[in-house]
Design a protein around this ligand. Structure first.
Ligand SMILES: Nc1ncnc2c1ncn2[C@@H]1O[C@H](COP(=O)(O)OP(=O)(O)OP(=O)(O)O)[C@@H](O)[C@H]1O
Ligand SMILES: [Mg+2]
Length: 456
């Protein structure tokens, strides 16, 4: 059974307590209110998966309460308790979006079943929303920056994007090489087809050829079916060979041939396939050094390095730091569904002065972390204490090396809960797990909310 947070609103204390008792007994977390007005107060600071509202109350009716709740939290599923025989208005209410109604006297079996189904529906809706948000996020890939170096980079992008020229993007880790490659693809006539990114460093040497070119059935032991390689998947589109410096020499020869002849064969195959792709290569190494050291073929280097775009590290363009901070504050707010945080002048100074060895990726992580952990609306220098190497202030402690993972998990969950006043949804978001998983783990580790009689 999935444990649900249920808000019961009923002005009749007998019925309210009876329902609450039953739902608690079958394992749910129940909060009760004696009026719609009181419920609205509770809802300001807490959210519930299910609402069980009496239709007729002095003051706002259950349906009116639903309308107010629904505007704010469309995922909360509301069940109305109606007087016997009052089916017509109940059906009307269902049209308006309540999950279901149940008539008095409430049949507990029926109630249990309704609650379970409503819980499933809630879960589905929130999953859908998360998916949608993730998709929307994928679409936001605006390159932020006001420095002259970023501006001239962007004008070069605009110039080369419409061509089919091979582009080499260099820059330290986290500077935005993949983002830039995607923008080139999006601004090119190939944008209706796929952008395929391959991290050359992530694929074992023995598999890389078949990963890139594909293989025929029986090409090698284990090749039970024909498989299309990344070059074929990117047909008509763009392929990004990330960390191209990591490509083994044997593969470099094949890639060179592919780029020269614009065709290739699948592993174990005869058929010639036209390589209709635009190649973008990226690396955080200095490829010329690799050439000198004999680890990268010179002829391939010239093939790849037709147009060279270099993204400077963040510390060499500090004017971009604050626009990026604003950008990530906005994104984090959207992600966590909260209003955008401000930032104090002291925190600003700290962020601008920092060296950013991990570049923009590190900046994005720092902002997200501060947004999630801070309890104030305005982020201050203490929220970025880890940038000063000030571990204690940042709440970072050294983990003993003999600590079992289980204890570490328990401790971390406890810390996050305490730092967020035991708001389960918020903590689940921070921990990246579902609320129900969090509840399960709290139970398992015996973590309890302090003096909480009305469980949330
Ligand atoms: N100028 C920018 N504006 C907005 N976001 C950026 C910018 N530069 C980088 N980012 C973001 O920073 C993160 C890291 O960027 P990306 O993955 O493109 O870096 P990378 O250079 O490919 O890193 P690595 O070398 O580690 O693979 C991404 O989330 C990206 O969207
Ligand atoms: Mg990358």
């Amino acid at each position: 059974m999935i444990q649900l947070r249920i808000l019961i609103v009923d002005d009749e204390s007998n019925q309210r307590e009876m329902l609450a008792g039953f739902l608690r007994k079958i394992g749910h977390l129940v909060t009760t209110s004696e009026s719609a007005e009181a419920a609205q107060e509770v809802l300001k600071s807490h959210s519930f998966e299910i609402g069980l509202f009496d239709m007729k109350m002095s003051g706002l009716s259950g349906f009116e309460l639903f309308q107010k709740v629904h505007a704010r939290d469309p995922e909360m599923q509301v069940i109305l308790i109606t007087a016997f025989g009052n089916v017509e208005s109940a059906v009307e209410a269902m049209r308006a979006g309540i999950y279901h109604y149940i008539s008095k006297p409430v049949n507990l079996g029926e109630l249990q079943e309704l609650i379970t189904k409503a819980g499933e529906r809630h879960f589905l809706l929130s999953e859908n929303r998360q998916l949608r948000e993730r998709l929307e996020q994928l679409e936001v890939d605006e390159i932020v920056g006001i420095s002259n170096r970023i501006k001239s980079l962007l004008s070069e992008v605009a110039r080369v994007a419409p061509t089919d020229a091979t582009v080499l993007i260099t820059g330290e880790s986290g500077t935005g090489k993949e983002l830039l490659a995607r923008s080139i693809h999006q601004l090119s006539p190939r944008n209706a087809n796929r952008f395929v990114a391959v991290s050359c460093a992530a694929i074992p040497e023995t598999l890389i050829e078949s990963e890139l070119l594909g293989h025929e059935r029986g090409a090698f032991t284990g090749a039970e079916k024909r498989r299309l390689g990344r070059f074929e998947l990117a047909k008509g589109g763009t392929i990004l060979l990330d960390e191209i410096g990591e490509l083994p020499l044997s593969i470099q020869v094949k890639l060179l041939r592919l780029l020269e002849e614009r065709r290739f064969e699948r592993l174990g195959g005869e058929e010639e396939i036209v390589a209709d792709v635009r190649l973008i290569a990226a690396t955080n190494r200095n490829l010329l050094d690799e050439v000198k050291a004999g680890r990268f073929r010179e002829d391939l280097y010239f093939r790849v390095n037709v147009v060279h775009l270099h993204i400077p590290p963040l510390r060499e363009r500090r004017e971009d730091i604050m626009p990026l901070v604003d950008h990530f504050l906005k994104l984090s707010a959207a992600k966590t569904n909260r209003s955008r945080r401000g930032i104090t002048p002291a925190a600003k100074d700290l962020l601008i002065a920092y060296e950013w060895p991990g570049n923009v990726r590190e900046l994005a992580n720092v902002i997200e972390r501060a947004t999630v952990l801070s309890r104030t609306d305005t982020l201050d220098a203490v929220d970025f204490a880890q940038l000063r190497g000030d571990n204690a202030a940042a709440g970072v402690t050294q983990t003993p090396l003999n600590m079992p993972l289980r204890d570490l998990e328990k401790e971390h969950i406890e810390n996050v809960l305490k730092a967020n006043e035991f708001s389960l949804q918020k903590c689940a978001d921070i921990l990246g797990i579902h609320r129900n998983t969090l509840r399960q783990k709290m139970k398992e580790y015996g973590i309890e909310k302090p003096n909480g009689d009305d469980e949330m």
